[in-house]
Write a protein that binds this ligand. Structure first.
Ligand SMILES: N[C@@H](CCC(=O)NCCCC(=O)O)C(=O)O
Length: 250
């Protein structure tokens, strides 16, 4: 069997004076080194893409984190300069890609912004600047020039017993990093909560009755995928799901 091929979302960014479609190396390395799959970055070309041509050749889909936020009008909210940057080309690609991947049973791992996209794609909404809400921790990255400090493991999440994440992690509480200022607002009725933070912020979800592996996490397992056991187990489980799909395609 060939190494499973996994689609990876891309951000649309200006680099060197022109537009790039890019994904952080940490996700790509975690997929190669821990999930043991082959990542392929999908350009955020929206409806210019043939989603079935892509997903028909893929054994998984990863939607990465990003500093950009989902366009608020996609979940009935109003765009605000405070909540920039946005990346509407990415939204126009990931939301339909997520929906089609779920329908086709393509294994799906949605990380941070990716989990927020999952909730929005399935009809849910997001809360923004959550650190300003009473009783909510500051989930933003520590202010630092050092990425290892920004992605440091910082707070516990309680894992729902008997759920997808619980089976993957084999634990009812794990420590995670945190680099976000948005979170699930209204949870889609197609999602079930898999983990929550001590302040009640939804930290992981899965799709109810999905035909394939689906997991969304608000934290960043990619950053410590080869050294942190919970992070490693998430990427291994996703890679195993991709291998099952790949085996059925031969
Ligand atoms: N923009 C959203 C999603 C946060 C996210 O995906 N963070 C990853 C980038 C981390 C960083 O380098 O700062 C939100 O803020 O909730």
């Amino acid at each position: 069997m060939d190494t499973p091929l996994v689609l990876v979302s891309s951000d649309v960014k200006p680099v060197d004076g022109y537009v790039w479609h890019a994904a952080p190396s940490t996700y790509l390395s975690a997929l190669v080194d821990r999930a043991e799959v082959m990542p392929v970055i999908v350009p955020s070309f929206g409806d210019r893409l043939d989603l079935d041509a892509l997903l028909g050749r893929a054994d998984g889909l990863v939607c990465t984190g990003s500093r950009s936020n989902v366009w608020p009008e996609l979940y009935g909210a109003v765009a605000d300069a405070r909540n920039e940057p946005y990346d509407r080309d990415r939204d126009a690609t990931t939301l339909p890609l997520i929906l089609r991947a779920i329908e086709l049973g393509v294994p799906l791992l949605c990380i941070c912004r990716g989990m927020q996209e999952l909730n929005v794609a399935l009809g849910g909404s997001l809360a923004t600047e959550i650190q300003e809400e009473a009783g909510v921790m500051d989930h933003r990255a520590p202010v630092s020039e050092n990425q290892a400090e920004r992605f440091s493991i910082r707070h516990p999440v309680d894992v729902r017993p008997g759920g997808c994440l619980g089976r993957v992690l084999g634990s009812d509480q794990v420590l995670v990093n945190s680099l976000h200022r948005q979170a699930v607002g209204r949870l889609s009725d197609r999602l079930q909560v898999e983990a929550v933070a001590p302040d009640g912020v939804v930290e992981a979800v899965s799709v109810i009755d999905a035909p394939g592996f689906t997991l969304g996490v608000q934290w960043h397992p990619e950053y410590w995928a080869t050294t942190d056991t919970p992070s490693s187990r998430i990427f291994r489980a996703f890679g195993d799901a991709a291998r099952v799909r790949a085996a059925k395609r031969v």
